[in-house]
Design a protein around this ligand. Structure first.
Ligand SMILES: Cc1cc2nc3c(=O)[nH]c(=O)nc-3n(C[C@H](O)[C@H](O)[C@H](O)COP(=O)(O)OP(=O)(O)OC[C@H]3O[C@@H](n4cnc5c(N)ncnc54)[C@H](O)[C@@H]3O)c2cc1C
Length: 387
């Protein structure tokens, strides 16, 4: 019997497994499909900077996560040989109308208050930094955020899977959790299509699919899928050297010359398909920023399902009324970024330690009735509806 059974092998479940196993726990991860192939694979891997001395628990969790990404990337490279592409590429934030510029200025003000470097750029400075960036229309505001980092999701998941295996984590693909045997205020077994599985403690980390499973534990976190489509293009030489953010869309340059163009936010249930309209819209957006992309090759398109919550905060905590049941889900647009910090605090909670971050705000039984499903701009920096 394992010390901890983690249901869901996305970046949240695998990171938690890696962390727990690092503390000597016997961990098993089950996934109904292939681990690391859902939202966690699909994401862009953008890691915006955060304030390390913040009081706000989300900001603190983000800052801890950022520092851990730096450490884990080096550690995983050394132990698995897989380079996850972690780098401090920096980012440019753009606004092309007055309303968007106002919002961007507010966002920069917030960043300054948190001692996050965000430098307003003149047109000439923008030109000098990114000569291929020739936005159509008027650039009403532009900022340089030098500390924005990035990671290549598929590579990070590959590194995590090998890292988990090296630490003795048992990973089972094609094992779907269907129900739970509950007695005496504890989960006695997780019922799966492969039969019942027992563990001392159980953590649900099934991303967009978590609400239905949690319901079987008597919990009612509000998590729904929000589809994000992506386009990958390749060029002979890199189009831009920094991440370019405009509203909810972005260009992410990879070190090998590829460019990721994202993304959409669509309320279409569990449909992971890509559509002509969205892909055309993303390509048009990319061309409106970098006209040279007209001759670039479209490599691939895909979509993933972000686990969205009403207030933009993930659920991190114990399930009320059950001694040994935990949930870590609902990270929406920041799950790759928050995966390391989530692993740290959930591992502390599961091992009976005091978490480094106050988790009250993230508790599973919080009231969500007055919140909006996609979160507030203050809480989810990538949610700024700038355009
Ligand atoms: C287009 C896009 C761009 C994004 N960009 C970024 C970004 O730049 N930065 C960032 O930080 N985040 C980003 N995200 C968000 C991030 O990818 C997610 O928040 C994160 O991947 C969620 O991870 P997860 O492990 O909770 O979910 P998932 O990766 O979806 O994993 C859940 C796993 O649970 C398994 N599962 C489901 N039900 C069961 C069951 N009953 N039994 C067993 N297993 C089950 C699934 O098969 C899956 O493998 C992006 C997401 C998308 C889609």
């Amino acid at each position: 019997m394992s010390d901890c059974l983690i249901v869901g092998g996305g970046v949240i479940g695998l990171s938690l497994a890696y962390e727990l196993a690092g503390h000597g726990c016997r961990v098993r991860v089950i996934d109904c499909g292939q681990p690391g192939k859902e939202a966690s694979w699909a994401g862009a891997g953008i890691l915006p900077p955060a304030c390390p001395v913040a009081d706000d628990p989300l900001e603190k969790l983000t800052a801890i996560s950022n520092e851990m990404h730096r450490q884990w990337s080096a550690e995983l490279l050394a132990s698995t040989g897989v380079d996850n592409g972690y780098r401090r590429s920096g980012a440019v934030y753009l606004a092309r109308n007055a309303t968007a510029a106002e919002q961007l200025d507010r966002f920069a003000g917030l960043a300054h208050a948190q001692k996050i470097d965000a430098q307003r750029l003149t047109h000439t400075e923008l030109d000098d930094l990114e000569p291929s960036l020739r936005p159509s229309g008027t650039v009403a505001a532009a900022y340089l955020v030098p500390d924005e980092c990035q990671i290549r999701n598929p590579r990070h998941l590959k590194a995590l899977l090998i890292g988990c295996a090296c630490r003795g984590v048992e990973i089972t693909s094609g094992a779907a959790a269907e129900d739970f045997e509950i007695r005496g205020g504890r989960i006695r077994a997780v019922r799966t299509n492969l039969g019942p599985l027992s563990a001392d403690r159980v953590c649900i980390a099934t991303g967009s699919w978590s609400a239905a499973l949690a319901k079987k534990l008597g919990a009612s976190p509000e998590i729904k899928p929000v589809r994000g489509q992506m386009v990958l293009v390749s060029l002979l030489r890199p189009a831009v050297s920094r991440i370019v953010n405009e509203g909810i869309r972005y260009l992410v340059p990879r070190a090998d010359g590829r460019l990721l163009v994202g993304s959409t936010e669509e309320d279409v249930g569990f449909d992971r398909g890509t559509t002509v309209g969205a892909v055309a819209g993303l390509l048009q957006f990319a061309l409106s920023l970098v006209p040279d992309l007209a001759t670039a090759q479209v490599d691939r398109t895909w979509a993933g399902l972000r686990p969205a919550t009403r207030d933009g905060l993930p659920y991190l905590g114990r399930v009320s009324g059950l001694d040994n049941a935990f949930i870590a889900a609902g990270h929406f647009r920041s799950g790759l970024q928050l995966s390391t910090g989530t692993a740290l605090v959930m591992s502390q909670l599961i091992r009976g330690r005091q978490p480094d971050v106050d988790l009250t705000m993230f508790r599973v039984d919080r009231d969500q009735t007055s919140a909006d499903i996609q979160g507030s701009p203050k809480r989810v920096r990538h949610e700024l509806p700038l355009t």
